[in-house]
Write a protein that binds this ligand. Structure first.
Ligand SMILES: Nc1ncnc2c1ncn2[C@@H]1O[C@H](COP(=O)(O)OP(=O)(O)OP(=O)(O)O)[C@@H](O)[C@H]1O
Length: 270
């Protein structure tokens, strides 16, 4: 089995609410191997978003540790976290979170700009990723000029344009109709397979969970089931099995006490 890129040990998250304490997560231990599409599944209030927030370093756990590529993200400060996310993490959001005053091309090129990729190259790469998601004819469109499905495809292009090792997808199909849901999930899985990326997908929708390799079910903040998905919906998507030198470099480069300074991965072939 591939090595774990995400490791969660004995995670607990409490929220103080007036004079009570809500325990949103308790004793969550999880190892997600590199290249796995792992679904965090559960009904409303089960703790899915709370878990994603701890994994992505958006919130500090009350107890326990989250490591990504060996880096204890739960212990990094804000500046270190920002740098870490920029280099290694992509996000796909339910509400797309595109910048309204930027075109599709500019939204997708933005993560490359933060990595210092020169304009000509970042525009070329962003264009090619937008073509891949079927939006080659919408490069100059603003979010308000696109449908929800098109906006989410821009969101996917933005999340994958830098080939991050891990992509967190929080209810990425939550606002979409059923045909567009299928397209969006197929796209996410296709990118992930091509570059051996790890996806953490949060959903309460069993149809979307069926795309994952593994389904971890939460109930009242605890893992109540952890199953390999035998009938993976995306089996038909070709995996180019790039046993990514990129990811190997990443795992080797990270030091527990320092934010890695990984170079910009080659994005030419996207
Ligand atoms: N900031 C907060 N303050 C207080 N309680 C919170 C906070 N965030 C989450 N909770 C509580 O933690 C529990 C888990 O919430 P969480 O949002 O993680 O569930 P979820 O599975 O993502 O739900 P949904 O599918 O509805 O988004 C709930 O009982 C919720 O009320």
């Amino acid at each position: 089995m591939a090595r774990a890129i995400i490791e969660v040990r004995n995670l607990r998250k409490e929220y103080p609410v007036e004079d009570e304490t809500v325990v949103a997560l308790d004793r969550v231990t999880l190892a997600i191997p590199q290249g796995q599409i792992c679904c965090i599944f559960g009904e409303s209030g089960s703790g899915k978003s709370t878990l994603l927030n701890q994994l992505a370093g958006m919130e500090k756990p009350t107890r326990g540790v989250v490591r990504i590529g060996g880096v204890p993200v739960s212990k990094l400060n804000e500046r270190e976290l920002a740098a870490f996310r920029q280099k290694h993490i992509g996000f796909v959001f339910q509400s797309y979170n595109l910048l309204p005053n930027l075109t599709a091309l500019e939204n997708v090129a933005m993560p490359l700009m933060f990595r210092g990729v020169p304009k000509e190259r970042r525009d070329r790469v962003a264009r090619s990723v937008l073509k891949r998601v079927g939006l080659g004819h919408r490069l100059g469109h603003y979010p308000r000029q696109m449908s929800g499905g098109q906006q989410q495809r821009v969101g996917i292009a933005r999340a994958f344009v830098t080939k991050p090792e891990v992509v967190f997808a929080d209810e990425p199909t939550g606002n979409l109709d059923s045909k567009t849901k299928t397209e969006v999930m197929t796209m996410i899985c296709s990118f992930a397979r091509d570059f051996n990326q790890t996806i953490v997908l949060v959903t309460h929708d069993p149809q979307m969970a069926a795309y994952a390799d593994r389904i971890v079910t939460l109930l009242d903040g605890r893992i109540v089931s952890d199953q390999i998905n035998q009938g993976v919906t995306v089996q038909s998507i070709s995996a180019q099995s790039i046993q990514s030198a990129q990811s190997d470099q990443f795992v080797q480069s990270v030091q527990p006490t320092a934010v890695p300074s990984a170079s910009v991965p080659s994005v030419q072939t996207v």
